[in-house]
Design a protein around this ligand. Structure first.
Ligand SMILES: C[C@H]1O[C@@H](n2cnc3c(O)ncnc32)[C@H](O)[C@@H]1O
Ligand SMILES: [Zn+2]
Length: 434
């Protein structure tokens, strides 16, 4: 097959790994960044994008979502996790099917692409249908099936089979854009037997693990009373933790647990909006960063956030650390950019492929238009303008795996209106089933 080339001209590049002091041209050859230099000829190039007045960044990486939960946006607000999940979300999820999850995932993909996210890490149900939405939208994803057994042996076997089937069917699918992890839901919904089995199978199959840990004080109390240990102490005691484990939330951590996280090189997905909305608490992110722990960012589902805008999430993360430590110097805009890009890639074990703008890496890129009221004056501090002033609606162009998914704010792979119509219908049907 002939090569497909895209040339991005005159780009001001903002990258966490590299300091570019002048405008550059960047050439994409099929799925990869093949050249970055001062002046690349547009001869024999299939497509040229003029990036004048735009900032070029790596696509953002959302390391903790439940994408199909876009269908439940705004349906159970102003509640704490326990009541939100047990009395509202789980009853609605009982009526889900593959088609609803597919439509919810498409709706989520539209929102992600429009706000500059090129990779998301998801834990949910009917994941083969979510994979179909990923395949069609052109976005990159790490998918895990949310396993819950509550100690029931039969359920445990069935849950593990579902996650393994997802791995066999979808790992490396969609031209390698889809990876599959294990998704044991949490230490309070997954039994010790399930967690031990997941650890064993993860080692045997070279799979990584995505789990919720230490989200609320209630979780700390419940796990402590049942196991005599706090959640991270318990997970460490059963040999579950390792560099391949991505833990969402991590709000309630004592110093010993921070040492355990560091010792095991566990990866963190910080979810500040969800933690604030469910009044779960404030994760000690600046302390984790001081300890060189890999902190990435996630929105959680759209029902506890209530959007998937990663730029807003990064601003919230930064402001929340400043106000909770009473130190304005913590979690700077430069650190926020790294958390949203290269740290996300490291958290997913994909740092050799994505997360920064480098020759040989996948062409997962976004352009942010500076010709907007909230972006003027043009700051010499680009990260400040992106994190503190911008939001997802300033994203103009989104490219994933060398394919343009949005150009000049117009989606190329998905029919927005058709998806909105289908999502509205699905939500009405789900509400009627309650
Ligand atoms: C996969 C399951 O996880 C549920 N979920 C969504 N958000 C959260 C959260 O913040 N903590 C715990 N569980 C969560 C989702 O509704 C699915 O049931
Ligand atoms: Zn979650």
């Amino acid at each position: 097959m002939a090569d497909n080339t895209i040339l991005i001209k005159n780009a001001v590049i903002l990258d966490p790994n590299t300091d570019y002091d002048e405008k550059k041209d960047l050439l994409i050859n099929n799925d990869l960044i093949s050249e970055i230099s001062d002046n690349i000829s547009d001869e024999n190039v299939d497509k040229v994008i003029d990036a004048t007045g735009k900032i070029l960044l790596p696509g953002f990486i959302n390391t903790h979502t439940h994408l199909s939960m876009t269908l439940f946006r705004g349906l159970a607000d102003d509640l704490a996790l326990d009541e939100w999940l047990n009395d509202n979300i789980w009853p609605m999820e009982a009526n889900l099917n593959g088609n609803y999850c597919y439509i919810g995932a498409l709706l989520g993909a539209v929102e992600l692409i429009k706000s500059g996210t090129t990779t998301f890490s998801d834990m949910y149900f009917y994941m083969e249908d979510v994979a179909k939405a990923v395949e069609e939208s052109g976005i990159r994803a790490v998918l895990s099936y949310g396993m819950i057994d509550f100690g029931d042996e039969e359920k445990r076997k069935a849950e593990i089979e579902k996650n393994m089937a997802l791995f066999k069917n979808c790992h490396d699918a969609a031209d390698g854009r889809i990876k599959v992890f294990f998704g044991p839901h949490s230490p309070y919904t997954a039994s010790e037997e399930l967690l031990r089995e997941v650890r064993k199978l993860a080692d045997e199959n070279d799979m990584k693990i995505h789990i919720h840990v230490s989200e609320t004080q209630k979780e700390i109390n419940d796990v402590s009373s049942e196991k005599g240990l706090r959640p991270f102490e318990y997970l460490d005691s059963i040999g579950f933790l390792g560099p391949d484990v991505l833990c969402a939330h991590c709000v309630w951590l004592n110093d010993n647990e921070i040492d355990i996280i560091k010792k095991n090189d566990v990866k963190i997905s910080h979810n500040p909006c969800s933690n604030m909305k469910l009044a779960s608490g404030i994760a000690p992110v600046s302390k984790l960063l001081e300890n060189d722990i890999c902190v990435s960012i996630g929105t959680d589902g759209a029902s506890s956030n209530n959007n998937l805008d990663l730029i807003e999430e990064l601003k919230t993360a930064s402001l929340l650390q400043k106000v909770s430590t009473l130190d304005p110097k913590v979690l700077t805009s430069d650190e926020a950019i790294a958390i949203g890009t290269i740290n996300g890639a490291k958290a997913l074990g994909l740092e050799d492929e994505i997360g920064s703008i480098e020759v040989g890496k996948k062409a997962d890129l976004i352009l942010i238009d500076t010709n907007n009221a909230n972006m003027i004056p043009d700051s010499s501090n680009l990260s400040s303008n992106i994190i503190y002033s911008a939001n997802g609606s300033n994203v103009d162009t989104t490219i994933c795996n060398g394919q343009i998914l949005m150009e000049n704010k117009k989606l190329t792979t998905l029919d927005e209106q058709e998806i909105y119509d289908k999502a509205r219908k699905a939500i009405e049907e789900l509400k009627a089933l309650l």
